[in-house]
Design a protein around this ligand. Sequence first.
Ligand SMILES: C[C@H]1O[C@H](OP(=O)(O)OP(=O)(O)OC[C@H]2O[C@@H](n3cnc4c(=O)[nH]c(N)nc43)[C@H](O)[C@@H]2O)[C@@H](O)[C@@H](O)C1=O
Length: 307
Amino acid sequence: MPSKADLTDLVLGAHGFLGRRLVRRLEADGRRVIAVGREAGDLAVPEVARSALGRAPVARIFHFATRQRTGPSQYDIQAELLAVNARMHLNVLEAWRQLQPQAKLITPGSSCTYPESREPLTEASFGLGPLHPSVAGYALAKQVLATGCAAYARQYGLRYLHCVLATTYGPGDHTEADRSHFVGALLHRAAAEKRRGATCFTVWGDPATVREVLHADDQIDAILRADAQFTDTILNCAADTPVTVGAVAEAVLRALDWQVPIERPAESFQGTPYKMLDSGRFLAATGWRPRISLDDGLRQLVREAYP
Ligand SMILES: C[C@H]1O[C@H](OP(=O)(O)OP(=O)(O)OC[C@H]2O[C@@H](n3cnc4c(=O)[nH]c(N)nc43)[C@H](O)[C@@H]2O)[C@@H](O)[C@@H](O)C1=O
């Protein structure tokens, strides 16, 4: 007979874009969920982290809390993103060891923790090169988290999984220019420009920029599939399906049924030119494939958010 703890998961960052969907999915799977969001306070304060993790014994802790920014303004706040996120991650690690040592800690990682490369990035390249300046502090804090999970697991006999994710999008995504990742940002901007009657669509940076993109529901599904088969490792959890920013922009225009030329403003923000994960370990072990194509996901988003 499973104990109450075996049936319960704790989600930190439960009000964020991925956190909300994760809570809904776990509940749909019949799990009890302790959802901890902003109302609990700032996890960068040790007492807040201890109180968030000290509620009741759980089987898994999903640490999805993060302070994140996108676009040009992130260049100027990398010290802040390092300070806040590194403190938060260290507090969660320490509270995990002290209060929930039976729980598996599952953490989302970012492709920005890998060095720049023109090749798909395997887990073995973690920490092997300099970080892109647009994300240097944020990525260093994620490296603290990934390395911290491994160190705590080894020293204290704990279990963890650090899943490196694709760029996600879907209903409920951020739309603010300094918080939204490019898929949601492009759709939001295109919908507004179409309404205004614009005669072209502006897309920042080089259209040949490469990313991996997953609908948020697929990304959550991938994390849960990974958790069922992997422990104590960093694992790339995407689909080996690279796409260019230009191709996504064209898919956005198709979804909105808006036929205008794409233009690139001079000096517009450019992130890392190429970020592609090699998710071969994950895909070979699980046989996982995404269910929602980019065109279907964007059309669904248009119906729900930009009718
Ligand atoms: C997951 C990862 O996500 C972030 O890094 P990023 O991958 O560079 O993400 P992004 O989605 O913001 O941009 C991807 C590319 O898309 C181009 N782009 C075009 N037009 C828009 C646009 O309208 N908005 C944005 N944001 N980008 C645009 C833009 O020029 C850039 O080259 C970090 O927060 C990092 O910390 C992190 O963890």
